[in-house]
Structures are given as C-alpha cells and as structure tokens.
Design a protein. Structure first.
Length: 307
C-alpha cells in the first residue's frame, strides 16, 4: 500500500512540475526579402523560437511599425529612426548590413557615375536608404537624373528583365540574379561611390528593431541568435545557400551563394555602431531632416543592455 501511495504521489508531483513549466515563447519577426532574410535565416530555421514573415517592399514594414504587430522588425536604419520620431514603440538594437546597393546596365557604352547625367533610373526604396544613398552620390557628383519608382527590388529587377535598356538600382541577392542572366552586365558599386564622396567606408543600411516593451532577456537572446546566424552565413556559405533554398526565399542555390560575399553582412551591436550611425543620420539630416524623422534620435533609441 505504501508503495502504491508513493508511486501515486510521484505521478501527481510530476504532473504539477510539468504544469508549472513555462512554455517557450515564440517571438514574431518581420523581414524584407533579400540580404536581411539571408542574414537571419538560421533564426528562421528555429520555429520553436521565432515566427518569421518574409515580405517585399517597405509598406509591410511601415505597417508593422505602426500596428506593433511584430516583436522584432528588420528594416532600413533610417526607417526605424523615422518611426521612432513619431512613437518610441521600437528601439534600434543592432546593425547587420553594411550596404549592398548596385546600379546595373546592359549598355555597351561607358557606365560610370558621370554617364548617368540625364538618365532615368528604376529605383526601389523611395524615401529610404536605397534612394537616399543613390541621391546623395548623384548630388555630390553634380549629376542630374530622373527616377522611376517601384515598390520593391524584385519589381526593379522585373523592369530590367522586360527591357534590357533600363538602368536599374538593385541589391543582393537580386544583383546575382541579373548577373546569372548576363554575366557581362556593367555594375556600379554604390558602396565604393559612397565612400569616395563621404569619406566613410560604408553605411549601416539595415538594422534590427525590438519592441520597447520586450524584456532585456528576450532582446539579448535575439541578438545572440542574430549574431550567430550572420556568422554562420558568412563562414559556411554553401550550407547557408542550401538552407536558403529550403526556406523558400525565392532564389536559387547559386544565386544565394554568389550574393553572400557582396551582401556585406556584418553584425554590430547598437552601442558599438552608435557613433557611426549618428554620422550617417547627420548626413541624411543635412540633406533633408525628414529622412530621419525631423531630428536625430536620442540616446534611448539605441539599445543599451547595461541599462
């Protein structure tokens, strides 16, 4: 009888312990397709921790900031600054992309910044980093162009596919898609052009933003996983390309593999990149204050794990 009682007591205790265990929380993440999606792919491959939505164009990201629909948002750094100016619902926690913007042309003529005078360019990312960096480079070189705006880099690529005479602003991995069609495409690396006119080696193009109400533990874990993902992509690109296909990013193995070196994926925490990002925001502010929300973000914009 005592033995039966002991077994029953242990069973009751085990059920109580199971009932008291806290289920692992799954955090929602929204990410634009392309380089940012590739950067976080190893996090997306952990569905027990993260629910990831891959989107095209800026509109879904802006909607996510406004509605607070996701715990974490990966987006252009200046978009985050603009949204922070209107509400402090999200804070900047890290950067992971140091510029991956390119202009492409199928023309047999000379293709450089000077040759763009009077040309129409198909541009994605209106009022965000892609257009801003392109505009800055053109203005610093006294080049006047017109822009045809499209909603996403994928749409920009489709313009070139349908008409090879178009000059298109693109980004990795879409650049690798175009080079797969025509390896002889002329390419202008906007990172090099930006460096030559600004004196800065590059710019923190994309960042990770966390809902300001999240716990420090949740944010720190996200940052640990993001850093590990970026490191895995850079150190084992063949494995990453295979995973990208499995996750159905919409790019082939060869395209993902080719794009990784020129996507400039580098993880840097908010505090470590703060000075560099302030320099970039100051440049944007000097061009048009609205590009950073009318004022430079205050210190609370930058996540500080010591606070």
């Amino acid at each position: 009888m005592k033995k039966i009682f002991l077994i029953n007591a242990l069973l009751v205790l085990s059920f109580l312990l199971i009932g008291c265990q806290k289920e692992t929380e799954i955090y929602s993440v929204i990410v634009p397709n392309g380089g940012p999606a590739i950067a976080q792919m190893y996090m997306q491959n952990q569905p027990d921790k993260y629910s990831v939505d891959i989107v095209n164009g800026p509109d879904p990201l802006l909607a996510a900031f406004s509605s607070k629909s996701h715990d974490f948002i990966l987006a252009g750094t200046n978009m985050g600054a603009i949204m922070y100016a209107s509400s402090q619902d999200y804070i900047f926690i890290a950067s992971f992309t140091y510029g991956n913007l390119y202009l492409v042309s199928d023309s047999e003529e000379t293709f450089d910044i000077a040759s763009l005078e009077g040309i129409d360019i198909v541009v994605f990312g209106q009022n965000s980093t892609p257009e801003i960096v392109l505009n800055y480079v053109l203005e610093q070189n006294n080049i006047n162009c017109t822009f045809t705006y499209v909603d996403s880099v994928a749409t920009a690529v489709s313009y070139w596919v349908s008409d090879h005479s178009k000059i298109v602003l693109t980004a990795e991995p879409s650049l690798s898609v175009l080079l797969g069609v025509n390896p002889n495409l002329d390419v202008i690396d906007l990172q090099d052009e930006y460096a030559s006119v600004s004196g800065n080696s590059s710019y923190p193009q994309a960042g990770a933003f966390a809902k300001s109400t999240l716990s420090k533990e949740a944010i720190n874990q996200f940052l640990t996983d993001l850093e590990a993902s970026v490191d895995s992509v850079n150190t084992n690109s063949t494995e990453a390309a295979t995973l990208g296909v499995q996750l159905e990013f919409g790019f082939s193995y060869d395209v993902i593999l080719s794009s990784i070196p020129t996507s400039h994926l580098v993880y840097v925490s908010a505090q470590d990149i703060k000075a560099e990002l302030e320099t970039y925001f100051s440049l944007l502010y000097s061009v048009n204050p609205a590009l950073v929300g009318g004022a430079l973000p205050d210190d609370n914009f930058y996540y500080d794990p010591s606070r």
